[in-house]
Write a protein that binds this ligand. Structure first.
Ligand SMILES: [Zn+2]
Length: 243
């Protein structure tokens, strides 16, 4: 089960509690240690008797993206208003990812990973660190320019206005990629009955995510802009994080 990205950062107290937990002990298999590390996973155990839930496991992710933008702009006034053209270069993209996995208390034991529910939740987590997610962001941000906007005739045009327009354009792309990721997370639940059924071919299933048919299926709004990226060897053969 997957939520939309949390609107609040995961509280530091929870992270501190998790680090004191035995979740990533020396015996934890390499795959889980790597995913915990890369995807900023915190494991939280709840009491299924006192807090019964619809699904036994929950995973919520938060993906923050930071960037620097340099820009130039000009505008013309016409009958229809003020037409602004912006040339921008987006660089220095940074990401911060965190995943919160909630599991029933009876899984709080040394071999917690050796359980099909845990493995299912970690498939959700692994999807957030699929390198193709970042490649999509980066490609869309690199090719964002030029941006044109029609403003009212007397509208002020200054750095603050321009930065806000650039931010809007970056956010549209960010939201498109996040929406695609969430659609794929839900599709995984549908395909596996929330982890109660095995995928027939795991490798093929995860490889097929984020490729052209998958983007088409979910009406990815920037398909035309990423078509060339989808055909590259780097994208087609990107090393995937799945178990
Ligand atoms: Zn699920």
């Amino acid at each position: 089960m997957v939520f939309r990205p949390a609107s609040q950062p995961i509280h530091a107290a929870i992270i501190a509690w998790i680090l004191s937990n035995q979740a990533a002990s020396a015996e934890t298999p390499e795959y889980f240690r790597r995913v915990i590390d890369e995807a900023g996973v915190s494991l939280v155990f709840y009491d299924p008797v006192r807090e019964p839930r619809v699904h036994r496991g929950y995973t919520a992710f938060r993906l923050d993206m930071f960037y620097d933008a340099s820009f130039q702009y000009r505008w013309e006034d016409g009958a229809a208003g003020r037409r602004v053209t912006i040339q921008t270069e987006i660089g220095n993209l940074r990401y911060r990812i965190s995943n919160r996995v909630e599991l029933p208390q009876y899984l709080d034991r040394d071999d917690w990973w050796n359980n099909s529910l845990v493995r299912h939740e970690f498939d959700h987590v692994a999807m957030t660190v699929d390198p193709r997610v970042r490649m999509l962001f980066e490609h869309l941000c690199r090719n964002i320019s030029p941006i044109t906007r029609r403003l009212p005739r007397a509208a002020p045009v200054n750095d603050a206005v321009i930065k806000a327009i650039i931010q809007e354009e970056v956010e549209r792309r960010y939201n498109a990629v996040i929406d695609l990721l969430i659609a794929n997370e839900h599709a995984l639940d549908a395909a596996t009955g929330h982890g109660s059924r095995r995928l027939a071919d795991r490798a093929a299933y995860f490889r097929s995510l984020l490729l052209e048919p998958n983007l088409k299926e979910h009406d990815f709004p920037f398909l035309a802009e990423v078509k060339d990226l989808l055909q590259t060897k780097a994208y087609q053969e990107a090393p995937l994080p799945y178990q």
